[in-house]
Design a protein around this ligand. Sequence first.
Ligand code: GLY
Length: 386
Amino acid sequence: MTALRSGRLAVVGAGAIGLSAAREAARAGWRVTVYDPAPATGASWVAGGMLAPVTEAWPGEEDLLALGLDSVARWPEFARALSDETGTDAGMHPAGTVVVGTGSGDRDELNSLAGYLESLGRPAQRMTGRELRRLEPSLGPDVRGGLSVPGDPSVDNRRLLAALRAACERLEVTVDERAVTEVREAGGRVTGVGLADGTGAGADAVLVAAGAHSSALHPALDGLVRPVKGEILRLTRRAGALPPPSRTVRAVVDGRPVYAVPRVVPGHGDLVVGATTAENGFDTAVTVGGVRDLLRDAERVLPGIAEYELTETAAGLRPGSRDNLPLIGRIGPDGMFVATGHGRNGMLLVPVTAAAVAALLRGQDVPDAARAADPRRFAPVGAERS
Ligand code: GLY
């Protein structure tokens, strides 16, 4: 691998991952062009915004937990720096999360989560329904118990995107709305990107950050990332309705997961309710069943939302990887990098991913927690890892 410390960088994808990486690269002296036919409108725009390393934790995914904990620790400084730099609040909301259950089966699931977290030395505070309602008066009487997880905050994803776009603009990052169809190479090194209009654009390095669309851009990524659809709702409080919760509420209702994330500054709803999970290729239709399930389950937990206005329904495509860890690192020809496959944790993993890309572009090692996300873990047996 030839080290390249600056030059022309093409970033494919103007979501939160692509824009934050573009910002880091531009600060390091790269001339950056971000390609996206619809900047900042994909999964990053639809996201709920939970920064939830603990409440998204799953037994067997300890590398992902470690990566998430590293990233959540970076979030306050990342948000502060971005806000200072742009004069645009990056939207981080420090209030934590409560995880609640309704029926006895749901409480068993929460007990398993609590036990798992205790086994990792990250105990969550178990609470009765009454204690939870004292903390969050918006919770309804069907909530029987749960956990408080103060370390899982949230971000207003749309404020974050606005701040990242402002930062990129200040750093003279070019946003090109032509669609990229491929990463081009010659002699084992990237030469640029091919565009849907049949032309191409030269680059010394290419970062693929195209979310669920990444796999199609180079054969080395074939089959590594797939779309996982999620539907969300945005609800806006009307006069006379109860206030939304002050922190994220995650719930299991008759076995179905649902979450509600408050937005502190109105503009795109007061509460984001999500999210369904389905694997139907690149379909982004919002279904009647998806909206019905989310509304029914959210209302069981937060009855006051019956008086809210349903102001938006949307669907996005999470970029799912084979092992739920993202792909952050070098892969394919010299000069090609990837930052995708963030699955359910895209917003959470923005700061650590941006730091990892910055290190890679400097020819340095990624942060320790990001080493497990090296995309070459999927390389065919015997393939070289330089
Ligand atoms: N992180 C929440 C979701 O993917 O729905």
